[in-house]
Design a protein around this ligand. Sequence first.
Ligand code: GLN
Length: 207
Amino acid sequence: MLDGVKPTIGVLALQGDVREHVHALEACGADVVGVRRESELATIDGLVIPGGESTAISKLLEVFDLLEPLKQRLRDGLPAYGSCAGMILLASEVFDTRPDMKPLHGIDMTVRRNAFGRQVDSFEADLDFKGLDDAPVRAVFIRAPWVEQAGQDVEILATVPSGPAAGRIVAVRQGNVMATSFHPEVTGDLRVHKLFVDTVVRPRAGV
Ligand code: GLN
């Protein structure tokens, strides 16, 4: 964390593994708030969208009148990070979802939901992750999506190293919006969250 700058990071708290992200972000030195209302959205410097069930979170965004305010804040440059269901929500287009699911258009990408198969096809892998060069990232995939297509401004941070899905894109960044197919919040490795907290802190610190 850069000296003297403590960002307030929201975790979208409608459904999913909210608590794990709160703990990871607190361990990175951020002030963390659960976001369920537009007034809470207004107070944050960055937002994490957790894993869970993307169709349920999409529906709840509408029920809680957060869909349009959140899309607007993303257009205005709110840094965001989505893991798994959060990646699906941040996409501009989603394959294999419900027709009424409304993606947030945070990243110019097409994401395929449940791309690796069913719940029983959940798996773990060690990934090379751009910018985290000291050691591979242990990635936990739970009924995960992958990025089917990424726009030219989207930076690819990690792909599946081997097996039937080798080469599939599972971590991306466009500007200050990041997404991973997997769940770093469940492994105790804070580096992905730190990377996100840095993208929130740096512009505020004028670095
Ligand atoms: N399969 C879930 C969905 O479609 C995502 C799973 C997860 O977040 N672990 O939203």
